[in-house]
Design a protein around this ligand. Sequence first.
Ligand SMILES: *Cc1c(COP(=O)(O)O)cnc(C)c1O
Length: 245
Amino acid sequence: MTTSPVATALASLTERVGNAAKRAGRSPSDIRVLLATKTVPAEIIRIAVERGFRLLGENRMQELRDKHGPLSGFSPEWHFIGHLQSNKVPDAVRFASCVESVDRLELAERLHRRLEAQYRTLDVLVQVNTSGETSKYGVMPNDALALVRRIATSCPRLRIRGLMTLARFSSDEMVVRPCFSILRQTAGQIRERAIESVGMDVLSMGMSHDFEWAIEEGATQVRVGTLVFGARQFSDAHYWPGAAS
Ligand SMILES: *Cc1c(COP(=O)(O)O)cnc(C)c1O
């Protein structure tokens, strides 16, 4: 049996996550790997899921809808990690077990109303713009606490678990690491307030080219695509504004 490139890449990823954790004096088991599966067909994702990588993320609702069925036999945990348009809220509630990209009260309220009608709750992360780029989604770090407070007050069916960010797109450690550090500090400030029913245990940060720095800065979840599945056909500007083309 030949080993698939995906399986080889997963083994190397696991090793690198473990090494980064140890360097930071952390336990490898404290870091979850989410596979960012945009543009990857279900048959390929299956190779990863069969090897125990059950945490998957999509940033386009149509792709999540399409892949949900074919992979449902493996009960993966689907997170929505892209910009969520209000008209996609019903699908988000239906197909995702966590929305990592809540960045405005209006969106939180729509999710809440939908959940209320179904007597359900949903895990969410608040997306923070740590890069200072105006083109990126996410609440500004200084406004994160206020947004968390308002969501906690008016949207009790959303369970805030932590924060998510996309760092500045760069290969320069001095440019990227501060973004991760801002997310960790922002979470710390929110945690200090001990807001009822708000958890700040999840820090979702780090991608293929920067996940080791993210782990060293405290990430509890990294989101990796390219490193496992290969380069995508589309530029990332297709998925979020301001990314490298
Ligand atoms: C695609 C994507 C990732 C993973 O990016 P790679 O560079 O392919 O590892 C992480 N987070 C989000 C929000 C994404 O859309």
